[in-house]
Design a protein around this ligand. Structure first.
Ligand code: BV8
Ligand code: ZN
Length: 243
């Protein structure tokens, strides 16, 4: 993948940059993506797991799936792609992360402004009264319940559920304001999150795709940098830093 000097020169002058990320940026941390060849949906269909009715039908199964994924996240650490995005904060005036990921790796990498569109696997709340639930989850005692009797659920956005309003509104504002909108490691098939790419493009942002293969976004991107995010983003950083 070749990173053109004129692109780097332009990026150096950027006032605001958004990194819109998906499961692909965490792949090199050992967290399986959703739709790739090793994707987790291949084994388990989203309809069966990532929706509220599936949860009501079989809360134990859905909880086991999230506890399994949380285990993987706890054994993972931010990779060079996450770290490069965090480092961009020292090089440019405003760097905003808008992520579909629930793995908390951008925060652990040191990114400061992060909008989590699909929630965070470390947080839970009561499905009835919505009170946050901060106790340790231990499924040996069965599915955790709130004092009100409601089932405790992970604080993630399931299919058919609305995205957190503030996070999405702030993300739309950032997409409208930025000079560069990076689309990193996402198949861009899940809406309304993916609509941010088109919002940014309509507002005149330079769209940069970072992926290992073509996606829905490729034909809209001003440039596509094909390669693993953990290689492409650090390479871009070193070019920005080189005089
Ligand atoms: C909504 C939960 C309004 C947390 C996820 C029918 C009824 C209701 C809604 C719909 C419907 N039909 C369509 C919809 C809309 C639906 C949707 O978009 N469906 C799609 C699949 C068609 N959206 C919703 O339901 C949303 N809510 O619309 O509410 C509403 C309300 C009521 C009624 C109607 C409408 C909610 C969507 C959120 C769903 N929750 N996750 C969790 O368990 O994780 S989605 C899931 O997909 C994750 O959040 C994930 O982040 C997201 C997107 O996937 P990606 O991150 O892109 O991952 P993927 O594997 O797909 O791609 C990885 C990419 O990385 C690939 O391109 C690969 O090439 C690349 N890659 C791999 N390795 C690397 C790499 N790139 C770089 N470097 C590497 N090393
Ligand atoms: Zn409750």
């Amino acid at each position: 993948m070749e990173i053109k000097q004129e692109f780097v020169d332009g990026l150096r002058e950027a006032k605001s940059v958004v990194f819109f990320t998906g499961a692909g940026i965490s792949a090199e941390s050992g967290i399986p993506t959703f739709r790739g060849k090793d994707g987790i949906w291949n084994k388990l269909k989203p309809e069966e797991l990532a929706n509220f009715n599936a949860f009501l039908k079989n809360p134990q199964l859905v909880w086991e799936w999230y506890q399994h994924r949380k285990q993987i996240v706890h054994e993972s650490k931010p990779n060079k792609g996450h770290l490069a995005i965090a480092e961009m904060q020292e090089l440019l005036p405003e760097v905003i992360v808008v992520t579909q990921n629930i793995d908390n790796l951008h925060r652990r990498a040191g990114s400061k402004i992060i909008y989590e569109l699909h929630g965070n696997i470390e947080r839970n709340y009561c499905s009835k009264c919505r009170t946050p639930y901060t106790k340790e989850i231990n499924l040996d005692e069965g599915v955790p319940k709130c004092y009100c009797g409601g089932l405790i659920r992970p604080d993630v956005v399931w299919f058919g559920e609305y995205l957190p309003e503030d996070e999405f509104n702030e993300s739309e504002k950032a997409a409208r304001r930025c000079d560069y909108f990076f689309v990193v490691g996402t198949s861009a098939v899940v809406f309304p999150a993916a609509s941010l790419v088109y919002t940014a493009r309509q507002a005149g942002a330079f769209i940069v795709e970072v992926n290992i293969e073509e996606t829905e976004v490729s034909r809209f991107a001003d440039i596509s940098l094909f390669g693993p995010a953990g290689e492409v983003l650090p390479a871009m950083i070193s070019k920005i830093k080189a005089e």
